[in-house]
Ligand binder design. Structure first.
Ligand code: SF4
Length: 249
């Protein structure tokens, strides 16, 4: 399932905000959230973007005008984050949009790594968030992720982000082929570990979960193994702590 032949994109929302996840946490960005995803994760926090039909069909020109509008034409250069849904559901149309965006700003791709597109390596930074056991999508991840990682191996800026149960993250990580990070990720890359933030969790519950989570990550044997070669980040979702489940921030 993909939308390779589409000439326009289904867009859920375009907004300016602070990046709340991963190595660029805190960075002002303009977010382009596509509609449509090939996964149905049990804890998806953007269910409204899972189905293509929930978005609005937009031309590339229209999307660039929305980017200019939400940034008040003033913030040339702040990164554009392609997120979703899964941006890799879209083929050449997305590739052409990226080329236009790159004339004025870096482009960061966020995807689970389930669908390859030839334009992926044209992005300035690639964040791959593999979905593991708790998402219900592990079999699909096992099938597609190794090839996706091989295909971005020469890219200079790739990051892995794992969203994991706060009380048992290593058990979840153990379900993934260890070759994923030992042989397919360039040394020096960032690996982010982030606790799952369920929609009904209060801020105090999120912080309690984060405190337990970071303790467990530090204590894991794989952490000691990975730490010398990679930039490890253990982070909560900043936007969840500040804005809860509010959209468009
Ligand atoms: S891959 Fe992302 S957008 Fe798609 S269902 Fe999973 S969490 Fe939601």
């Amino acid at each position: 399932m993909n939308y390779y032949n589409f000439t326009e994109l289904y867009i859920s929302e375009v907004f300016q905000g602070i990046q709340g996840e991963g190595s660029t946490t805190g960075m002002p960005c303009v977010f382009i959230r596509v509609s449509g995803c090939d996964f149905e994760c049990t804890w998806c926090d953007t269910e409204y973007a899972q189905r293509r039909g929930n978005g609005k069909l937009r031309s590339r020109q229209h999307i660039r005008e929305e980017v200019a509008a939400v940034t008040h034409n003033a913030y040339i250069g702040i990164p554009a984050v392609l997120t979703g849904g899964n941006p890799c559901m879209y083929g050449d149309c997305m590739g052409k949009l990226i080329q236009k965006l790159l004339r004025t700003r870096p482009v960061i791709l966020e995807t689970q790594g389930s669908q390859w597109q030839d334009w992926v390596n044209t992005c300035s930074h690639i964040v791959i968030a593999p979905k593991l056991q708790s998402s219900g999508m592990l079999p699909h991840t096992q099938e597609s992720l190794p090839q996706f990682l091989n295909s971005v191996r020469q890219h200079p800026s790739v990051e892995l982000k794992f969203v994991l149960p706060h009380d048992n993250p290593w058990a979840e990580l153990a379900t993934l082929d260890p070759d994923v990070w030992r042989t397919r990720l360039r040394p020096g890359s960032t690996i982010t570990f982030q606790p799952i933030a369920l929609p009904d969790m209060r801020t105090d519950e999120l912080l309690t979960a984060y405190r337990a989570f970071q303790d467990i990550i530090y204590a894991g044997p794989l952490y000691a193994e990975l730490q010398p070669d990679y930039n490890i980040r253990i982070l909560p979702q900043l936007h969840r702590l500040v804005w809860g489940t509010q959209r468009g921030v």
